[in-house]
Design a protein around this ligand. Structure first.
Ligand SMILES: NC(=O)c1ccc[n+]([C@@H]2O[C@H](COP(=O)([O-])OP(=O)(O)OC[C@H]3O[C@@H](n4cnc5c(N)ncnc54)[C@H](O)[C@@H]3O)[C@@H](O)[C@H]2O)c1
Length: 261
């Protein structure tokens, strides 16, 4: 056995069309795994199909139960089972505090941000669960430093990422001993496509287009580096590998050491 993921039959990286999810796809493939990718963005679906012709890419919305079922079915059909589910979808709120949010924006923004950042994971895990139970597989969710601290997003993003932290703990408890559930908590990340919520008129705005982002990211963490998706991807590989078979309900903080600042 040479790759960390040799022998893993199938994986679904939800939201694997860009950024951290795409880096996880590439790292899993390089470690010998077979990967299927659900993604809702048409252009990203096309790019994945062109870059990785052997990877089944399933067009669908991660917030919908039926689309998650279809993605899992496709992976199982192609690979004969499912060992790992990775959730990488997410949208941002561009640091909007409650003070800046209009009363009339709260319902729409809450529904959209919590649907994408939280509910999608419930649907993905629910769809994959029968197969993960059979394989004694594992789930890896994507948190953020926002799951631990304020000010790394606005009130809705920070609250939604705290909820992902709650999902990791609750699901790890509920699904043991058959299925391990862990998370990666990335710090601010370069070269991703993370966008704002449509309900806030921010769906065309990209976090990485903010001026001076690279220097700002490096300056905010003790290790002084601006991390990319590739820097985080190996944490997903470790948690997904059988080498982590004794770890559940836990988190890898891939964040440049922000907690010791
Ligand atoms: N970029 C950062 O600084 C940062 C830091 C910490 C955590 N995160 C988290 O990492 C994860 C990945 O974000 P990223 O920065 O790589 O952004 P990204 O936009 O590049 O990746 C998110 C992916 O999810 C897809 N997606 C969004 N909504 C979807 C839906 N409803 N159905 C299916 N696919 C959908 C997008 O098309 C995209 O491919 C998110 O959960 C984000 O909150 C990002």
């Amino acid at each position: 056995m040479t790759g960390w993921m040799d022998g893993q039959r199938a994986l679904v990286v939800v939201g694997g069309g860009s950024g951290i999810g795409r880096a996880v796809v590439d790292a899993f493939l390089s470690e010998g795994a077979q990967v299927a990718v659900p993604e809702h963005d048409r252009a990203k679906v096309d790019r994945l199909a062109a870059d990785l012709p052997k990877v089944p890419v399933v067009t669908g919305d991660a917030t919908l139960a039926a689309d998650n079922r279809a993605a899992v079915d496709r992976a199982v059909q192609q690979f004969g089972g499912l060992d790992v589910l990775v959730g990488c979808v997410g949208i941002f709120d561009f640091y909007r505090g409650l003070t800046e949010l209009g009363e009339d924006e709260i319902d729409g923004a809450f529904d959209e941000i919590f649907a994408v950042n939280v509910k999608s994971h419930l649907h993905s895990v629910k769809a994959a669960l029968p197969e993960l139970r059979k394989s004694r597989g594992s789930v890896i969710l994507t948190e953020s430093t926002s799951a631990y601290y304020p000010a790394r997003g606005g009130v809705m993003y920070v609250a939604s990422k705290h909820a992902v932290r709650g999902l990791t703990t609750a699901l790890a408890h509920e699904l043991a001993p058959e299925v391990r559930v862990n998370a990666v908590a990335p710090g601010g990340t370069m070269n991703t496509d993370l966008r704002g919520a449509d309900a806030l008129g921010l769906s065309d705005k990209r976090l990485n287009d903010m001026p001076g982002r690279e220097a700002e990211l490096a300056g905010r963490v003790p290790l002084g580096i601006a991390m990319s998706g590739t820097d985080h991807a190996w944490s997903y590989v470790f948690l997904a590998s059988r080498r982590a078979r004794g770890i559940t309900g836990d988190v890898v903080h891939s964040d440049g050491g922000i907690r010791i600042k």
